[in-house]
Write a protein that binds this ligand. Structure first.
Ligand code: ADP
Ligand code: MG
Length: 208
């Protein structure tokens, strides 16, 4: 299959149709990065972005900067990473890290995946899957199916907006079919009382 990876800017724009995005800007110079980071305030997240950069954490391409004093050094380090074209400056989002994904399967067609994100995805393998498109009821069932499902019901004072998660799952499943997405990964999708925020996105579409 002829597949194309969307640039980060395009990928964020696409997922912005069904989830929230953090306040963010792709910056091309040290000055621009510094100004926008200061505007957002601290802590702030800086990421090296480039067509050849994939697993950012592994190569030190994600930096959480806690104070203005740390900013200059972080920016210099990120721009010196091989393949760094821009720095993505993002608001720091607190919440439960989840994963929302789409895969086009040869047999089933589009499949949507939801579960706990970040390192938890790999450790607990706590995910649920459905064939697209899904209804609100299907999406709610997906949450209940998870071993960590209680987290989405306000367990121990953790506040997440369950309706937004359901909307995100349904929205992703609809868009996947409409735009012929081959693969999409939002990891993490950070969920809190204000909604679900996509902070890391990868999208592959079918080339026409
Ligand atoms: P990659 O998956 O390429 O290593 P991410 O952009 O997912 O890079 O960042 C790695 C981790 O850093 C995330 O799993 C999350 O824990 C944290 N992180 C990234 N962006 C933010 C953000 N805007 N707010 C809070 N935490 C973040
Ligand atoms: Mg990630």
């Amino acid at each position: 299959m002829n597949v194309k990876k969307l640039r980060e800017e395009e990928a964020f724009e696409l997922v912005g149709n069904f989830v929230k995005l953090p306040k963010q800007k792709f910056c091309e110079s040290e000055e621009e990065t510094k100004n926008f980071a200061n505007l957002l305030g601290f802590p702030v997240v800086l990421k090296a972005v480039g067509s050849k950069i994939v697993h950012k954490t592994e190569i030190g391409a994600v930096k959480i900067v806690h104070s203005p004093e740390e900013l200059n050094e972080a920016i210099k380090k990120l721009f010196s990473i091989e393949g760094c074209e821009k720095i993505l400056v993002q608001e720091f989002v607190k919440g439960v890290e989840t994963i929302l994904g789409i895969k086009k399967d040869e047999t089933f067609g589009h499949v949507v995946l939801f579960g706990l994100g970040g390192i938890y995805t790999e450790i607990f393998k706590d995910i649920s899957l459905r064939v697209c498109p899904v209804t609100n009821e299907d999406a709610e069932e997906m949450l209940h199916e998870l071993k960590a499902g209680k987290i989405f019901e306000g367990f121990r004072g953790i506040k997440v907006n369950k309706h937004e998660i359901i909307n995100a799952i349904v929205g992703a499943s609809k868009l996947a079919v409409k735009k012929n997405i081959v693969e999409m990964d939002i990891n993490p999708l950070i969920c809190n009382a204000n909604g679900c925020f996509a902070v890391d996105v990868r999208v592959f579409v079918q080339r026409l």
